[in-house]
Ligand binder design. Structure first.
Ligand SMILES: Cc1cc2nc3c(=O)[nH]c(=O)nc-3n(C[C@H](O)[C@H](O)[C@H](O)COP(=O)(O)OP(=O)(O)OC[C@H]3O[C@@H](n4cnc5c(N)ncnc54)[C@H](O)[C@@H]3O)c2cc1C
Length: 428
């Protein structure tokens, strides 16, 4: 593809992406190509986000860096290459040190980003003119309320509608397009756990008692485990910020967590109270977080289907999972790459049947893997009760085997070849 392939003709392949989160923006990047028009409809104005870190695992880093060439778009000083996990007891003793040493085998690193940095970079890549194909158009404050899947039409809350040859439902955990694809409502299930998110400047921690036990500038993910609650902590933006995810059972909180949205703010008192069984040298650092977010963790049972007519679901809309494996966003990146791979040869208006055949290829390649990781993420949160729950497949892999399973992924077509998955149509 060349830089002058951004002109489109009247018969251009029209792609509508609902949702401008990580999944939607990655889909726009992966689907850019000659004679394609891409429109992203995002309900929000994308202005507000309580600070939080997000990790991309080696399986997603490989796609972002090697397949899409976006590795340098966030400078090294603004990301952290994670060297491993350190697990501490509540009194600050290091009880387990698990190095992440397999870069050579996995082909890329586990990289921690500030959510805003990752999101802004993906937005710029999707809409910039320096990548192949016509830049995607991002339309903000555009809320989709329903879809006619067979016709490829989405209906917006302002009474307008938009149609596409390919419609991607990347509208997150409360997806409207999921309802349209399934023909019924399937809501995400509360897991009984909520997460506070905090982020503070590392310089505020220098000289603190905390820093004498856990060096906040070292590139490690530190976990401090209590009986029914835990802290997951690590540096973000190089050595600029320190991010904490604080997991607590819902039932112990005074707030109604079922009403939380990603941007729900919590008070310092609340999070300090939730962690009052932890020593003061740990909880005293919470005060340095300028804002605190609270989000009830939910996941989905595997859906009966991911596509109908011209619409396919990706990301949290199709397989919302718990953050215990840090794979939610990484699986969204894999979904996007798979769409790009199986639609690679399409450069003009395409009939519904041809679109559906390609969807079938995407799902054959992605469904089992994403559902297994979803299941494993659920089991890792509730090992005593969730394993082998009725009607669910039982996960038999060990943690190390699972890490290998997660991270040795090299893109949809490679996975398809390795797994011997039969392909419906030639993708290239
Ligand atoms: C505490 C926590 C920590 C996590 N940490 C990690 C991690 O370290 N690594 C990891 O890989 N994953 C992590 N995850 C999971 C990860 O954040 C999600 O899996 C990922 O963001 C999903 O992206 P998405 O684009 O599918 O959904 P979202 O990020 O929810 O994006 C959906 C977008 O669609 C828009 N939208 C919604 N409805 C409509 C509509 N009707 N019309 C138009 N637009 C709409 C929304 O405004 C939003 O912009 C974490 C999750 C939590 C809760």
């Amino acid at each position: 593809m060349t830089m002058n392939d951004s002109k489109t003709s009247p018969d251009a392949f029209r792609i509508v992406i609902v949702g401008g989160g990580i999944a939607g923006l990655c889909a726009a990047i992966a689907l850019r190509g000659p004679n394609r028009e891409i429109l992203i409809l995002e309900q929000s104005s994308l202005l507000r986000e309580v600070g939080a870190a997000i990790s991309l695992q080696p399986n997603a880093s490989k796609i972002l860096e090697n397949s899409w060439g976006l590795g340098d778009r966030i400078p090294s000083s603004k990301k952290v290459v994670d060297h491993g996990f350190r697990i501490y007891s509540i009194d600050g003793q290091l009880v387990k040190d698990i190095p992440l040493v397999k870069k050579r085998e996995y082909g890329a690193d586990r990289v921690i980003y500030h959510r805003q940095d990752l999101h802004s970079m993906l937005k710029a890549a999707a809409t910039s003119s320096d990548l192949p194909g016509k830049p995607a158009e991002l339309r903000l404050s555009s809320r989709v309320i329903d879809a006619d899947c067979e016709a490829g039409i989405v209906f917006l809350s302002d009474g307008t509608s938009v149609s596409g040859d390919l419609v991607v439902g990347a509208d997150g955990i409360h997806s409207k397009l999921r309802t349209a694809v399934l023909g019924k409502i399937q809501n995400a299930i509360p897991t009984g756990v909520s997460a506070y998110r905090l982020m503070m400047p590392i310089e505020k921690l220098q000289g603190s008692e905390f820093a004498t036990k856990i060096n906040p500038a070292e590139p490690f993910t530190s976990m401090m485990m209590g009986h029914d609650r835990r802290l997951v902590m690590g540096p973000c933006r190089g050595t600029e910020d320190y991010a904490i995810v604080a997991l607590v059972p819902d039932k112990t909180l005074d707030v109604d967590t079922s009403k939380t949205t990603w941007n729900t703010e919590a008070s310092l008192d609340e999070v300090e109270k939730a962690f009052d069984v932890f020593p003061r040298w740990v909880t005293s650092i919470f005060q340095h977080s300028p804002a605190i977010g609270l989000w009830q963790l939910r996941d989905l049972d595997p859906l009966e289907r991911w596509h109908r007519g011209r619409v396919i679901l990706i990301g949290d809309a199709s397989h919302a999972m718990l953050p215990t494996q840090g794979q939610g966003a990484s699986q969204s990146v894999e979904d996007a790459e798979a769409l790009g791979a199986f639609f690679e040869d399409v450069g003009s208006r395409t009939g519904a049947e041809a679109v559906e055949r390609r969807f079938a290829d995407v799902v054959r390649c992605r469904y089992e893997r994403a559902c297994l990781i979803q299941e494993y993420s659920r089991n890792a949160a509730k090992p005593a009760t969730a394993q082998g729950a009725e009607g669910r497949s039982k996960v038999t892999l060990t943690t190390t085997e699972f890490m290998d399973y997660n991270c040795t992924y090299n893109g949809a077509k490679d996975w398809q070849r390795a797994a011997g998955v039969q392909q419906e149509v030639g993708g290239s």
